[in-house]
Design a binder for this molecule. Structure first.
Ligand code: P1T
Length: 415
C-alpha cells in the first residue's frame, strides 16, 4: 500500500518516495505520469531514479518511530513507488504489488471472500486463473460459475444470492473475446465487487475503473514490465475500503515482489505508452496479413473490422493490443510444427514483452484446463497465439510467412 495507512505501521514521510511534486498541479498525460508519478528525486541524495532499497528491514529511532517503513514485507520504498505509479495510470489512488500475476489474482479474490461466497467468472479465462478458481478456492469453500459474459442474460442468470465477486477478463486469453465492462457493472448488486483482469490491454489501452469496475488487476509480467525479465502482479482500486482489505492480505500472506523486481517493473512501465503503440501497430499489420491467407482459417484480433465485437472494442478500449490468435488449416500437428520454425517469434509462454512470442495455448498456457472444457471453448491444437513484439514489421511478417509456407503441405492434407 503506497499512499495511505493500511493496517501496518506507516508515517507521512512515506509520501516522499511516493512522490508529491504533482499534487498541486497533477500531470495530465499518460506518458508523463508513467515516468514521473511516485518517482520524485530522492530528497536525501538527489538520486533521479528511485533507488533499489535492497533491505529487509528499517532501523527505527525509537520503538515505532521511523520514516514510514519498518519491514520490507509490509512496505518498501521501491515497491511503494511502483504501486503509486501504476495506481495512477489506472486513475486510482491505491495499489498493492504482488510477486506474480497469480498472487495478484489471489489477492483480488481472497482479500474480499470467505467460505460460502461465490464468484461469477468469464468462461475462457487464463488457465492459471481457472486452476486457482477451480482447484484451490473450492478447498476454502469458495465456488465459481463460469459463464459467457458476452451473454448478459446468461451472466445475470449465473448470479446467486451468495455471489460476492464478478471476475472479468477482457479481452480473454487466448481467444480475444471482449466483455462489456459497463454492461456487467450494471448487473452488479449492492455488496458485489467487479474485478477486471486488465493484463492484455494495460492501462494505456483500457481503464476499467473509469467504466465502473471496483478493482483492476494485472500480471505486470506482461506489458507493464514489458521486457520478459520479471514475474509480478498488482491489484489496484480507488475504493479505500477495498484497498485496505487488499493491503491487509498483501502483508498477511506476504506474496510481495522484491525491490529489484519492483525497480525493473517501474523502469519498464516508463515506456509503456511508446511500447503499446508499437505493439498495436505491428499486431494490426500481422492480423490483417494473416486474414489474407487461405491456409489460415480464423484470425482473432479486436482491431480487425471483422471481429464480432469490433464496435465494443472501439468504445471500450483506447487501442486493440498486441496479441493475435489464429487457426491454421491442415493436420492438427501443423500449429506445433509452425511454432518450432519461427525465428523472430520465440516459442514460449507469456506475452507483452518487446520480443515476439508464439505459443500453443492448448498445451501451454491452458494446459491445466480439462480437455473437454478446452474443446468446448475452442482452445484446440490448431490454435496459435502470438504476442507480437516491437521488432521491425518486415521481419515479423517474413518470419511468419516462412513458417506458414514451410508447413503448407500439411495444410493441403484434408483435415
Ligand atoms: O504469470 P503470472 O505473472 O503469474 O500472471 C498470471 C496471469 C494472469 N492473468 C492473465 C490474463 C495472464 O495472461 C496471466 C499469465 N499468462 C501467461 C503466462 C500466458 O502466457 O498467457
Amino acid at each position: 500500500m503506497p499512499t495511505e495507512p493500511s493496517g501496518h505501521s506507516q508515517s507521512t514521510s512515506r509520501a516522499e518516495s511516493a512522490g508529491e511534486s504533482d499534487v498541486a498541479r497533477p500531470f495530465k498525460g499518460f506518458a508523463t505520469r508513467a515516468i514521473r508519478k511516485g518517482q520524485d528525486p530522492c530528497r536525501s541524495t538527489g538520486s533521479t531514479i528511485v533507488p533499489i532499497y535492497q533491505t529487509a528491514t528499517f532501523t527505527q529511532e525509537a520503538v515505532g518511530v521511523h520514516k514510514g517503513f519498518d519491514y520490507s514485507r509490509s512496505g518498501n520504498p521501491t515497491r511503494s513507488a511502483l504501486e503509486t505509479a501504476l495506481a495512477d495510470l489506472e486513475g486510482a489512488r491505491f495499489g498493492s504489488a504482488f510477486g506474480s500475476g497469480m498472487a495478484a489474482v489471489n489477492g483480488a479474490t481472497s482479500s474480499f471472500l470467505r467460505a460460502g461466497d461465490h464468484i461469477v467468472a468469464t468462461r475462457d479465462i487464463y488457465g492459471g486463473t481457472f486452476r486457482l478458481f477451480s482447484d484451490v478456492l473450492p478447498r476454502f469453500g469458495i465456488e465459481t460459475t463460469y459463464v459467457d459474459m458476452a451473454d448478459l442474460a446468461a451472466t445475470r442468470a449465473a448470479i446467486q444470492p451468495n455471489t460476492k465477486l464478478l471476475w472479468i477478463e477482457t479481452p480473454t486469453n487466448p481467444l480475444l473475446t471482449l466483455i462489456d465492462i459497463r454492461a456487467i457493472c450494471a448487473l452488479r448488486r449492492p455488496g458485489q465487487i467487479v474485478v477486471v483482469d486488465n493484463t492484455f490491454c494495460s492501462p494505456f489501452f483500457q481503464r476499467p475503473l473509469e467504466l465502473g469496475a471496483d478493482v483492476v488487476m494485472h500480471s505486470t509480467t506482461k506489458y507493464i514490465n514489458g521486457h520478459s525479465d520479471v514475474v509480478g502482479g498488482i491489484v489496484i482500486t480507488d475504493n479505500a475500503d477495498l484497498a485496505a482489505q487488499v493491503a491487509f492480505h498483501q502483508n498477511a500472506v506476504g506474496a510481495v515482489p522484491g525491490p529489484q523486481d519492483a525497480f525493473l517493473t517501474l523502469r519498464g512501465a516508463k515506456t509503456l505508452a511508446l511500447r503499446m503503440r508499437e505493439h498495436e501497430r505491428n499486431a494490426q499489420a500481422v492480423a490483417a496479413w494473416l486474414a489474407t491467407r487461405d491456409d489460415v482459417s480464423a484470425v482473432y484480433y479486436p482491431g480487425l473490422p471483422g471481429h464480432p465485437q469490433h464496435e465494443l472494442a472501439k468504445r471500450q478500449m483506447h487501442g486493440f493490443g498486441g496479441v493475435v490468435s489464429f487457426r491454421v488449416r491442415g493436420e492438427a500437428t501443423r500449429a506445433l510444427e509452425l511454432a518450432k520454425l519461427t525465428r523472430v517469434f520465440n516459442l514460449a509462454t507469456s506475452l507483452g514483452g518487446v520480443e515476439s512470442l508464439i505459443c500453443s495455448p492448448a498445451t501451454m498456457t491452458h494446459g491445466s484446463v480439462p480437455l473437454a472444457k478446452k474443446a468446448e471453448l475452442g482452445i484446440t491444437p490448431d490454435l496459435v497465439r502470438l504476442s507480437v513484439g516491437i521488432e521491425d514489421i518486415e521481419d515479423i511478417i517474413d518470419d511468419l510467412e516462412s513458417a506458414l509456407d514451410a508447413t503448407l503441405e500439411e495444410a493441403l492434407v484434408p483435415a
